[in-house]
Design a binder for this molecule. Structure first.
Ligand code: IMP
Length: 430
């Protein structure tokens, strides 16, 4: 029995969708354990394209159980519209194949509004969030005033909980010059939506434990990436959850011993959306070329992604903090035809060489990458399914990355097509 956790090892958008889809076809249960509808991935199954944001990838495949764990923040309106959208595509979604944790905190309209208000302010730090209310919802969860899924079933106390929540939010809104939110109106909205959400509610920790006991294969589907982790990422330019694999246990109610293999999805170069330090960023024709060839636009917000060289220092750090067992290297084909490739192997900071990304934001912004150069390849890696199909320089590049990050490559993805994969080690059989 091997349960697999898939996480991003950079700043998200590493191409998790395709790999998660490949793995979910081999899993029985697919679990989201953090984040919310800030994530976005596109799946192509039997020629049909599905765009998912909050729902676990397993939902588009028959015979799988999909689970939204307690670590997720759930916008009930976004959830229902996503369910409606994929139902229109002929996908069956019902409480038999989709469960939502009773303990998941809700994202309410006050959260997305606050996210937008903060991001649009002229003063203060701009994070470049997705404005989905993710951060404000996690803030309320940690502050113990959130409305959780189980509260929707408790009409008697829901209004008092909302008043408590709004006591805080209205003070904030007044301070920011925005009109207050009325508790009765929000209460009415929640009562209206509750009957549509509650059928999916379940003690997820218990259902997952049952699944383990009956030898089901579980895939934990991470969103975003290690460098967006609230503790280990480029704080404050991060998302508001732990994105590393350890969260798969806490965010679903399983013990850490249930996590057997951690697959770190790693792009063959680096991208980031939103604000924040990016030591290997390329603001030149090469960066532009990577963006164009790699179609680097955000799935959720459509924003253009910043592009740069592979940062082995950062990925090595992600491997360690995330306990990554093997990586899946994606988008190697985007590098086809480049004369020279650079890999960041260290940083210079105040005239000294450092081998780790410093924790402070100012130092993270100040580090200068130290590059190692490798020859590129002229042949094509696109669609390759075995090592023998790759140009020799491409094999050397992959082997060098392995050495530098201290982690073996389990899979190489060579095109958006699901079966275009060079497989070294099947995570479910590891
Ligand atoms: P938030 O998660 O909306 O609060 O955004 C915080 C930061 O995480 C911003 O830099 C976003 O661009 C980034 N982010 C959030 N979700 C994703 C994702 O799925 N892929 C890449 N970046 C993301």
């Amino acid at each position: 029995m091997a349960n697999v956790v898939v996480v991003g090892s950079q700043w998200g958008d590493e191409g998790k969708g395709k790999i998660v889809d490949w793995l979910s076809s081999r899993a029985d249960v697919v679990v989201r354990f953090q984040g919310g509808h800030n994530a976005g991935h596109t799946l192509v199954v039997d020629g049909v394209t599905y765009k998912l944001s909050l729902l676990p990838s397993g939902v588009v495949r028959g015979g799988k159980l999909s689970v939204i764990g307690n670590g997720v923040v759930l916008d009930p309106w976004a959830f229902l519209s996503e369910v409606e959208r994929i139902k229109e595509q002929g996908v069956k979604v019902n409480p038999e194949n989709l469960l939502i944790s009773e303990s998941a905190a809700l994202i309410l309209p006050i959260h997305s509004e606050l996210d937008g208000i903060r991001e649009n302010r002229a003063d203060g730090i701009k994070i470049g969030t997705t404005k989905r209310g993710i951060g404000p919802a996690y803030e309320d969860k940690v502050a113990r005033r959130a409305i959780r899924v189980c509260d929707l079933a408790d009409e008697e106390h829901l209004l008092a909980r909302l008043e408590n929540l709004l006591h805080h939010h209205n003070a904030l809104r007044r301070g920011l010059g925005h009109p207050e939110t009325n508790a009765d109106e929000l209460y009415a909205k929640l009562l209206e939506i509750a009957p549509k959400i509650l059928p999916f509610m379940a003690p997820v920790w218990h259902s997952l434990n049952e699944a383990v006991r009956s030898d089901k294969k579980i895939l934990f589907e991470g969103a975003q990436g290690a460098m967006l982790d609230i503790d280990h990422g480029t704080y404050p330019f991060v998302t508001s959850s732990n994105t590393i694999a350890g969260q798969a246990a806490a965010g679903s109610g399983m013990g850490p011993s249930a996590l057997n293999f951690v697959l770190g999805i790693t792009k063959a170069y680096t991208t980031r959306v939103g604000e924040g330090p990016f030591p290997t960023e390329l603001n030149d024709a090469i960066g532009q070329r990577l963006g164009e060839r790699g179609h680097e636009f955000g799935t959720v917000t459509g924003r253009q992604r910043r592009c740069g060289w592979f940062d082995a220092v950062m990925v090595k750090q992600a491997i360690i903090t995330g306990g990554i067992t093997g990586i899946s290297l994606t988008k190697l084909d985007v590098l086809d035809g480049m004369a020279e490739l650079k890999i960041c192997v260290g940083y210079k900071l105040d005239g000294k060489i450092v081998k780790r990304l410093p924790a402070g934001a100012a130092n993270q912004a100040a580090v200068e990458p130290i590059y190692e150069s490798m020859p590129g390849w002229q042949g094509s890696t696109r669609g390759a399914r075995s090592w023998a199909d790759l140009p020799a320089e491409a094999v050397k590049y992959v082997r060098r990355l392995e050495e530098l990050i201290g982690c073996p490559v389990s899979m190489v993805s060579t095109s958006p097509e699901r079966e275009d994969v060079i497989l070294m080690r099947d995570p479910f059989k590891a």
